[in-house]
Design a protein around this ligand. Sequence first.
Ligand SMILES: [Fe+2]
Length: 314
Amino acid sequence: MSPRLLWAANRFRMETENRKSRRYGGRGRHHWYVLLFLMRTLDVLLKLTRNYERGVRNAWDIAVREIDVALPRLPAAFDGFTVLHLSDLHLDGMPGLEEAILERVGAREFDLCVLTGDYRTELHGPIRPTMDRLQPLVSRVRSRHGVLGVLGNHDDCHMVGPMEAMGIRMLVNESVRLTRGRDVLQVVGTDDVHYYFTDQAVHALEAARDAFTIALVHSPEAFDVAAELGVDLYLCGHTHAGQVCLPGGRPVITHLSRGRRFYRGTWEHRGMAGITNAGAGTSGVPVRFHTRGEVLALTLRCGKGEHPQPGPPR
Ligand SMILES: [Fe+2]
């Protein structure tokens, strides 16, 4: 049986049995239903206190954030390489989000577009409504080397086929190499490590030993193994930067079992640069407070730079 089929069979079983798997234990049933209850409570509270509409307006105030990423081992031929990083679209939660993203990105052309998971909010049910909203976004994004994607914890293993049919190169514990002359830029993508961690994700990251590597992982929770294996740049999302935060951006919930200090922004761990995308969409309640949705326009640069820590674990 091919690695893809083995993966699909395993993930399908985990999805249908409602069973999650994390690298350092934590196997068990999804806590999603508890979160759903909390989010419905939040929804009622916001409406009662007349803050709901303000939260919705905040959620649609999506920023395009430009980041120059200094990378000591970046091959010279890739200096100036541009990446459009989209994450946590949750397209069923904010109908029309795909158009809002396209309005912000405009006709700008990137060298590469990467998607780091959570295309929908619902954990179960039909995938077609989400796929139908993703299609126009993917077809209109301008990227010289196409679009690469990985799955998040809200996604369904059956999304891989339709997403590939719309032209996305899905990386399911797999890698792809881009070349410029003799220089190589490798992108490794893993299956989600928040709910669906398997050793196959670690094996995929082992490819980082051979070339300059960007890892696409839905959540920051594999930061340590990625750094250990030589990943140069770790791109992720999942946290929504807290989505509903206290004043100052302090999150109430990060949805991380580890690496909570990497819940947003640019960071560094043992020589590996990391970026946790705040996501363009929302989960649960379509609101944001004291944090902003974003799409990231990255420019890779050769050399050393500052990748400030995003702050203490919260
Ligand atoms: Fe997620």
